[in-house]
Design a protein around this ligand. Structure first.
Ligand SMILES: Cc1cc2nc3c(=O)[nH]c(=O)nc-3n(C[C@H](O)[C@H](O)[C@H](O)COP(=O)(O)OP(=O)(O)OC[C@H]3O[C@@H](n4cnc5c(N)ncnc54)[C@H](O)[C@@H]3O)c2cc1C
Length: 295
């Protein structure tokens, strides 16, 4: 019954796995996967899943997710079809499924700046707002004006203040059933050549300092106040430390990479080991920045 319903309201698959859908390339099979065609279909789907108590998970580009190996018996919802955007002077309306590195290119063409901090973050607008993702001392909260949300079966607008942004935090993390549909971003007019040069410089810096050629979910841990997670991990001698195919990158020790057939279980084992060793040596509790799911 679920399958038939989902097929009516979106592009449906029953052969997907988290391995296909995450940047770290691991995780179990998924019972149902759907890309709703539009907002009405999305509303219908969410209503149906709630009515029948079917678990569901929204996914963006899967670049912050560590998933377990067991099969997920729920529905994974992707907002890939929510891919429109529009510029009105310095305000950008953008839907949740748009990939941010792509949006940065469009921003440039429109003579705007302020999103360049996110040009190397391989996620969607929805995922970056959920995480209040950031880099180079800027984060999404600096540019989000309002967000359109499917909240308790209603479409509402939420202002920046209502989203309670903090370091790598937004209110959505407490309400996993609310869906980010679109956002209004406030950008500024900028010099295209200057902004391009900043983006290029940062891309080069990332290439030199991060293992972007290997499957990962970005930084494993948040940076503790006035410190860097990578320094603490280096301090316990864990650069290059391995559990099966999961490895602390030798290029950047806050990146844990999948060298071949890694699993979420091994990833979490290694992360827990790091947390314990860092706590013992420095009395600092490292908090995971990646999100574990279905494990
Ligand atoms: C190489 C690499 C570099 C990275 N660099 C950075 C960096 O510099 N800074 C940084 O902050 N992060 C970085 N990350 C981590 C990651 O890209 C960010 O956390 C990003 O915000 C995740 O976006 P996503 O679309 O992939 O979300 P996903 O990983 O798919 O999902 C993350 C969470 O958001 C929720 N979500 C996604 N879309 C929606 C929606 N529409 N409505 C409601 N909830 C939603 C999901 O349910 C999930 O809980 C990096 C990752 C990689 C692999």
């Amino acid at each position: 019954m679920i399958k038939e319903f989902l097929k009516e309201h979106g592009d449906y698959r029953d052969d997907r796995s988290f391995k296909d859908l995450t940047t770290i390339k691991m995780g179990g099979e998924i019972a149902h996967y759907v890309e709703p065609y539009n907002i009405d279909d999305l509303k219908q789907i969410i209503g149906f899943l709630k009515r029948y108590h079917v678990p569901f998970k929204t996914i963006g580009n899967g670049s912050n997710l560590i998933c377990g190996s067991s099969r997920y018996e729920g529905v994974v919802i992707s907002l890939k079809h929510f891919d429109n955007y529009e510029f009105d002077n310095d305000i950008c309306y953008v839907e949740a499924g748009v990939m941010v590195p792509y949006l940065v290119q469009v921003m440039l063409k429109n003579g705007l700046k302020d999103l360049e901090f996110a040009s190397g973050i391989p996620g969607t607008v929805g995922g970056l707002i959920y995480m209040n993702a950031g880099a180079y001392k800027k984060e999404m909260s600096d540019i989000v004006k309002e967000v359109i949300v499917l909240k308790d079966d209603e479409i509402v607008k939420m202002t920046n203040e209502e989203l309670k942004f903090k370091y790598r935090y937004s209110i959505f993390q407490e309400h996993p059933r609310w869906l980010i549909i679109a956002a209004y971003l406030k950008l500024e007019k900028g010099d295209m050549e200057e902004t391009k040069a900043i983006i290029l410089d940062r891309a080069n810096r990332r290439k030199q300092s991060q293992p972007i050629e290997m499957p990962s979910a970005g930084s494993c841990f948040r940076n503790p106040e006035n410190d860097f997670a990578w320094k603490l991990i280096d301090g316990i001698g864990y650069r290059g430390k391995k559990i099966n195919d999961i490895e602390v990158s030798t290029k950047h020790s806050n990146f844990i990479i999948n060298t071949a057939n890694g699993t979420g279980e091994d990833y979490l084992k290694l992360a827990l080991d790091i947390q314990e060793k860092v706590y013992k040596k420095y009395n600092i509790k490292l908090i995971m920045e990646v999100e574990k799911f279905n494990c």
